[in-house]
Write a protein that binds this ligand. Structure first.
Ligand code: UD1
Ligand code: UDP
Length: 358
């Protein structure tokens, strides 16, 4: 049995890492195919180095472009490699253009597809990620749903029950593996002169926020109001997409501490010690919930409703006053919740299923 693991972006590298470790442990015949959707050192290579992952056998170096051009080039490149390498199974993770291209290329070649993190739904078709998720789930033969809720989403779309496996989310494995190492090795709090729970941590990069001037401006205004109200810093490791848009839209980010994207250990350390995390990222909503840090989501919906149900997260949208109100609400949270995304054995479970069933 031969497996192709497709990755392309920062979160896919992090969330595929537990599966890659398991493939290594089980001595499986597998290789990594990187589309090159992310390519700058701090969005890509740093994670291979820090997580000690093997080199991709192929990197298509597709880079950035419009959705159609990027996805089209990936489709062509992935098909060529799959035809040459003839794997039995392709594994994709999440909801990026890399995932959609991998699934489309594989399904037309009659190669089995396993979708890691299947069944997430925001029910917002304006998001490119929602289109990618729905299409990938419907191409897949094995759907690794993180929770019972994501399984139910798939059943509602008439996906056959015997294709669905509730496994938890590999992000729990990744966080558990790196949490202690992060506490031991990361000096980021010292470097930024921060004290535990005396700063807010922010990430914003989603297309619907960063590419929309008024939504992005609303968020930045809310962040500046937080600095004034609490008199503590707001730390924003900025994604290259958002960095470009701040310049293009000439937005005012004065007072907000913008820093370059961080490696995983530094970012975990900043999350773990933040007073509240504010984000539009999918992975960061999950991680803050796993780490027990309250989260304010800068969106009108989420495909991670489990985090809302247990009180770990709240939807604020992009209105400045609403953001400040939601932070005040989450800041008073003292109860602890149980992480709904599994016990940290998801990578192991998925590889076992791949070996036994596929
Ligand atoms: C992509 C995913 C998004 C995911 C995010 C993870 C899609 C449709 N979107 O968004 O779901 O949450 O990755 O971070 O697949 N850029 C660089 N260096 C890089 C990568 C990107 O400078 O290594 C800049 C380029 O200017 C590029 C922009 O970021 O145009 C956007 O990159 P792209 O890969 O198109 O989408 P992301 O916003 O990263
Ligand atoms: N992350 C990181 N450094 C940063 C910001 C995020 O290592 O500066 C990690 C974070 O821990 C999480 C993942 O990147 O595991 C989330 O990726 P991102 O927000 O880019 O994408 P999404 O999850 O929204 O698809």
């Amino acid at each position: 049995m031969k497996i192709t693991i497709i990755v392309g972006t920062r979160p896919e590298i992090i969330k595929m890492s537990p599966i890659i470790y398991e493939c290594e442990k089980s001595n499986l015949d597998y290789f990594i195919l990187h589309t090159g959707q992310h390519y700058t050192y701090d969005m890509d290579r740093v994670f291979f180095e820090q997580l000690e992952l093997p080199q991709p056998k192929f990197n298509l170096n597709i880079g950035s472009s419009s959705h159609a051009v990027q996805t089209g080039k990936m489709l062509i490149g992935i098909e060529e490699i799959l035809q040459r390498e003839k794997p039995d199974t392709v594994l994709v993770e999440g909801d990026t253009n890399t995932v959609l291209a991998g699934a489309l290329a594989a399904v037309k070649l009659h190669i089995k597809i396993g979708h890691v993190e299947a069944g997430l739904r925001s029910y917002d078709r304006f998001m490119p990620e929602e289109i990618n998720r729905v299409l990938t789930d419907h191409c897949s033969d094995f759907l690794f749903a993180p929770t019972e809720k994501s399984k139910q989403n798939l059943l509602k779309e008439s996906i056959q029950e015997d294709k669905i496996f509730v496994t938890g989310n590999t992000i729990v494995d990744a966080v558990f593996k790196s949490r202690q190492l992060s506490a031991k090795k990361s000096n980021i709090l010292k470097e930024l002169k921060l004290k535990k729970e005396k700063y807010f941590l922010v990430t914003i990069h989603r297309q619907e926020n960063s590419d929309n001037r008024s939504r992005f401006d609303g968020i930045l205004t809310g962040l500046k109001q937080l600095i004034k109200k609490y008199n503590i810093p707001v730390i924003y490791p900025i994604h290259p997409r958002a960095q470009k848009k701040i310049q293009e839209f000439n937005l005012n980010s004065e007072g907000i501490t913008l820093i370059k994207p961080l490696d995983f250990l530094d970012f975990l350390q900043l999350q773990e010690n933040a007073r509240v995390v504010l984000t539009d990222s999918g992975g960061v909503q999950e991680e803050s919930c796993i780490l027990g840090v309250p989260c304010v989501t800068l969106r009108n919906n989420t495909e991670r409703p489990e985090t809302l149900d247990i009180g770990a997260n709240i939807l604020a949208g992009t209105n400045p006053e609403k953001i400040v109100d939601c932070v005040a609400l989450m800041d008073t949270k003292s109860e602890k919740w149980t992480n709904p995304f599994g016990l940290g054995d998801t990578g192991q479970k998925i590889v076992k299923i791949v070996k036994e069933v596929i």
